[in-house]
Design a protein around this ligand. Structure first.
Ligand code: IMP
Ligand code: MG
Length: 183
């Protein structure tokens, strides 16, 4: 029988249980901060999808959701520095409180670009929610407003984060064995 994904993982750095507890708190915080504001969650696909589906279910207030498909990475582990919008949102954000949701705030280039991209549409506010933050890698002058966990400068996978499109379905955050990259 072929191996499981777990066989490719060197170590688990954030467990399912830790993620669940943290997202529950983030959702409560957002529900408090946005009470009566009908925020719009805008997920950055594909990485956002696991985190966002948990986050919105922990945020017990009326809200809407939309998605943008953005790409800044090739199949490797370092950024190309260039952001492409492959699919835009379909709702009007004028006057709306937007919460951009992504898997990780790494260099910050993607979310910085999206913030600038949406600003001319005159949203009432734009904030950023990211499951992970890698502050050591930041190249832009922007901070995430809601962060699940800070992680060290290591390439991580799972919970929506991929390596060459694989491992997004791991239910925890882990680091790959070095030999996986040379396959
Ligand atoms: P940025 O550098 O902040 O623009 O990050 C852009 C995207 O790079 C993220 O949304 C992720 O899809 C990807 N990325 C950054 N760091 C990692 C990582 O450690 N593992 C997997 N994907 C990553
Ligand atoms: Mg990615």
């Amino acid at each position: 029988m072929a191996g499981t994904m777990r066989d490719d993982i060197l170590k688990v750095i954030i467990s399912e249980e830790e993620i669940r507890e943290r997202i529950t708190l983030l959702g409560k915080q957002i529900a408090e901060d946005y009470a009566g504001k009908n925020p719009m969650f805008v997920g950055v696909l594909k990485g956002c999808y696991v985190f966002m589906s948990d986050l919105v279910r922990c945020t017990d207030i009326p809200c809407t959701m939309d998605f943008v498909v953005a790409s800044s990475y090739g199949d490797g582990t370092s950024t190309s520095g260039e952001v492409k919008i492959l699919k835009d949102i379909s709702q009007n954000i004028e006057g709306r409180h937007v919460i951009l949701v992504d898997d990780i705030f790494d260099t910050g280039v993607t979310l910085n670009y999206l913030t600038q991209y949406f600003m001319p549409r005159k949203p009432a506010s734009i904030r950023i929610a990211a499951l992970l933050d890698k502050p050591a890698r930041r190249t832009v002058d922007l901070a995430a407003d809601y962060v699940g966990f800070n992680v060290p400068d290591e390439f991580v996978v799972g919970y929506g984060l991929d390596y060459a499109e694989a491992y997004r379905n791991l239910p925890y955050i882990g680091v790959l064995k070095p030999e996986v990259y040379s396959k």
